[in-house]
Design a protein around this ligand. Structure first.
Ligand SMILES: *[C@@H]1O[C@H](CO)[C@@H](O)[C@H](O)[C@H]1NC(C)=O
Ligand SMILES: *[C@@H]1O[C@H](CO)[C@@H](O)[C@H](O)[C@H]1NC(C)=O
Length: 352
């Protein structure tokens, strides 16, 4: 081995480690108090940011609270979308928040990157529309009368600002020296796919004005889809994600489907480089790999939430659990509702 070769390997390893931590900014979600990022000094102390993100933080301190909310939104949505899967998106109190699961180029990592990039774009755009930020407000490029005859007005969501902020803040970790590593290309692609899930599903919302709700005058504005919808779209992309590998086309390095029979992925699809582990067993050497012992499962389902697949064939235990519901509610004039408490037992199945 030549010295140069050794040096290059060391550099590549170094990049692999940096790249592996590319989602560390999600650690911002662990900051508890709102308005906790107030001045440039705070930016220096935030854990999980790389130097260039610290610089962006200093330049845009007022936006950082929206970024923090975005990180929380990403984690909550991931846990909702994966609640019935073996890996349920549980977080650690350390970095990276999803443990080792996202440091490999798997489908799960693809989802996490896409939902995170989308959540920052979403939260920043929301902050713009709500008038919370000086740097941005509503989108005033949308105005006048539409071809359909309604009046554009109100506050159109300034998605362009949110997307641009997400591109600079979230993607910065993948840019620079190691830009052409396959993992960096995978992350950049999935970040962009996540933001597209908002951009391609912008909607028009309207309000009618006129005598007793007649629609003589209609004013409309452009609005983002609810974040749950964005999560659903990205989850669908997760289910249909394409396994890719890096190829050289001319002098450029690009990601192409590993199976050449498959049609190439689009900008909105998710891509991954490595097959996922089975997530069946707890592994103390792999942070975040909790296994499925103790997870609830559905006895009758044949899908991944069913006891057969969820418990990886280990079997399950059944317990009778008493649940208390409100029932026989009566409305009393005026104005309260009185309910009885009903008890019923349900069977709960958990994996051995
Ligand atoms: C995920 O599953 C583990 C058990 O494997 C459980 O302890 C944890 O509370 C679950 N997390 C969420 C977010 O549902
Ligand atoms: C269990 O799975 C069945 C079949 O998929 C479904 O109809 C049922 O609602 C599920 N039960 C629970 C408690 O989720």
């Amino acid at each position: 081995m030549t010295r140069e070769y050794v040096l290059r390997c060391v550099l590549m390893l170094c990049f692999a480690l940096l790249s592996a931590n590319a989602s560390n900014w999600l650690y911002l979600a662990k900051l508890s108090s709102v308005g906790s990022i107030r001045d440039e000094e705070t930016c220096e102390r935030l854990r999980g940011l790389i130097q260039r993100q610290v610089q962006i933080c200093k330049r845009s301190v007022e936006v950082m609270d929206a970024v923090r909310r975005g990180a929380q939104l990403a984690i909550d949505e991931c846990q909702y979308q994966f609640r019935n899967r073996r890996w349920n998106c549980s977080t650690l109190e350390s970095m990276p928040v999803f443990g080792k699961v996202v440091t490999q180029g798997t489908r799960e990592a693809a989802f996490v990157y896409a939902i995170s990039a989308a959540s920052v774009a979403f939260a920043v755009t929301r902050a713009c529309s709500s008038g919370e930020l000086e740097k941005c407000g509503c989108d005033h490029n949308v105005h006048g009368v539409s071809p359909e005859g309604f009046q554009w007005s109100g506050c159109s969501d300034n998605i362009a600002y949110g997307v641009a902020f997400s591109q600079s803040f979230v993607d910065v970790r993948e840019r620079g020296k190691g830009q052409s590593s396959s993992r960096a290309l995978m992350n950049l692609h999935n970040n962009e796919a996540g933001r597209k899930a908002i951009l391609s599903h912008m909607r028009v919302e309207c309000k009618c004005h006129g005598v007793s709700g007649s629609c003589e005058v209609k004013t409309c504005w452009k609005a983002m889809p609810p974040f749950r919808k964005v999560g659903n779209i990205i989850k669908e992309k997760f289910d249909g994600a394409t396994e890719v590998e890096q190829r050289k086309v001319g002098s450029a390095k690009v990601l192409m489907p590993r199976n050449t029979q498959f049609k190439p992925h689009t900008d909105e699809d998710l891509v991954y480089l490595e097959p996922s582990p089975d997530f069946c067993d707890y592994d103390p050497r792999t942070p975040g790999m909790l296994g499925t012992v103790g997870r609830q499962c559905n006895r009758t389902s044949k899908a991944i939430d069913g006891c057969e697949l969820m418990c990886c064939g280990r079997g399950f235990q059944t317990q009778e659990v008493e649940v208390v519901d409100r029932c026989s509610c009566k409305f009393h004039w005026c104005c309260y509702v009185k309910c009885k408490q009903c008890r019923r037992t349900v069977e709960v199945h958990t994996c051995r």
